[in-house]
Ligand binder design. Structure first.
Ligand code: SF4
Ligand code: MG
Length: 317
């Protein structure tokens, strides 16, 4: 696929995620959807397992897609996408339709991809269907009112993880990371995996295009700040997305040819800012004590080292 060089280059691209939905003001996932759709273009089918990008987009039987879209259960986005992919492959092979094979994209939330929806998504990657899975990660089950998910970072308040005298840090567990789960060699047909951020739209759109140009499955893990769930003002979404990268709370890299050991860091800060700068922008972290912030800094530093990022790290305490 042709790669995009600048924002100016995107003005001739068609929007197929259009106005007419009911997501919150400043919704990161909605902007992410728009960019993914724009990068993919018209010959695209979206599968939307339950999540904010299903529920908030489809109120009153309307949808903001100018391309085909279907709902899937939160458990089975991978299975529905697999079926659509095989139907197209066989109909084209048997000459029943003259269409070009479409871009098949399953837009799954963190729940629909790496938690409740994990087995179907893993099976889809394992069998090698030509589908791009975009996991739009807002770090909670947001459409049901911000419940904890495995993507919720340590120390974040959710409906199910309030801070209190017994558990002052709020969420106790560190997050589950889908990139090594999917892309470190466990799914032999999955050759392309990348992390992306709405703070870096060109990088995101090119990763979508690279994913769609694979012969088999591809995975993009997309960081999408959620003003409602994370408690920050709606005009700070992009600033917070970028701050996540600057502090190492989010890392931007890609894995090509299934080569996990040789991953490439696309936008790597020269030095990481302390995580506290990021944590202070969101009320979900406002209860944290210095020892909890140190725990998060330690986690971020260890992850950067484990991934092989060569960047000076802030002290952990
Ligand atoms: Fe978007 Fe978050 Fe609102 Fe859901 S709760 S529509 S993800 S801002
Ligand atoms: Mg979510």
């Amino acid at each position: 696929a042709e790669l995009i060089k600048s924002i100016a280059h995107t003005t001739d691209l068609v929007d197929t995620y259009v106005p007419g939905h009911r997501t919150c003001a400043g919704c990161g996932p909605a902007l992410g959807y728009r960019l993914v759709a724009k990068a993919a273009g018209k010959n695209t089918i979206f599968i939307g397992p339950t999540g904010c990008m299903y529920v908030a987009n489809t109120s009153y039987a309307c949808g903001p897609w100018a391309v085909p879209w279907t709902h899937a259960q939160i458990t089975n986005g991978g299975a529905v996408a697999s079926g659509i992919a095989e139907a197209f492959r066989m109909m084209i092979k048997k000459g029943k339709i003259q269409d070009e094979y479409p871009n098949i994209i399953v837009m799954a939330g963190d729940g629909g991809c790496s938690d409740i929806g994990l087995q179907a998504m893993s099976a889809m990657f394992y069998r090698g269907h030509k589908v791009l899975c975009v996991m739009y990660d807002n770090e909670s089950y947001a459409n049901t009112g911000i419940q904890v998910s495995p993507s919720t970072p340590y120390g974040a308040t959710t409906m199910f993880t309030p801070a209190g005298p017994a558990i002052p840090e709020a969420k106790k567990h560190h997050l589950k990371d889908p990139m090594p789960i999917f892309c470190a060699g466990g799914h032999p047909y999955l050759k392309y995996g990348a992390t992306a951020s709405i703070g870096y739209p060109i990088d995101l759109m090119n990763k979508v295009r690279k994913g769609l140009s694979q012969d088999g499955p591809a995975f993009v893990h997309l960081h999408v700040p959620c003003p409602k769930g994370w408690s920050f003002p709606a005009d700070r979404t992009i600033e917070i997305a970028k701050l996540a990268v600057d502090t190492g709370m989010w890392n931007l890299y890609e894995v090509e040819d299934g080569n996990w050991a040789n991953k490439k860091f696309n936008i790597a800060p020269k030095t990481l800012k302390p995580v506290d700068e990021y944590l202070q922008t969101q009320k979900r972290f406002c209860h944290l004590q210095p020892e909890h912030v140190a725990t998060i800094q330690g986690f971020v530093n260890n992850r950067a080292k484990a991934l092989g990022m060569e960047v000076p790290l802030p002290p952990a305490n």
